[in-house]
Design a protein around this ligand. Structure first.
Ligand SMILES: [Cu+2]
Length: 124
């Protein structure tokens, strides 16, 4: 998945990916330092709660990976093993989330443990 970080948001090459290994290639096409934090959350991308201790930032509950300190023009990669569900991408440099540096994607498919157990039971 290619992610372009501009000064005002993220552009994602895909809105959904299959469960399993996902590699993010993050390009900072903005003019200041940006980062990418991947959150597994059911919250809408615009509703991530503000961090009471740091009002210019949001809480990173559900964080599963990050690429930090990307200089302007720099790229970084992040490889994660993602389960099915809803995910939000944020930049949590101060005020960047508030400006609109967030995005969302879905991880589809994958077989849950419950389904695997049910399948084995049915097969027996
Ligand atoms: Cu940023």
């Amino acid at each position: 998945m290619d992610v372009h970080a501009t000064n005002v948001g993220f552009t994602l090459s895909q809105s959904s990916v299959p469960a399993g290994t996902v590699t993010f290639v993050v390009h900072n096409t903005g003019t200041t330092i940006h980062e990418l934090v991947v959150l597994k959350t059911n919250l809408p991308e615009g509703r991530i709660p503000t961090d009471p201790a740091h009002p210019a930032q949001v809480l990173e509950s559900g964080a599963v990976g990050r690429v930090t300190n990307l200089a302007p023009g720099a790229s970084g990669t992040l490889t994660l093993n993602l389960a099915a569900g809803s995910y939000v991408l944020i930049c949590n440099e101060p005020a960047h989330y508030l400006i609109g540096m967030h995005g969302a994607f879905t991880v589809t498919g994958g077989v849950s443990v419950v389904e695997q157990v049910a399948g084995v039971t049915a097969w027996l």
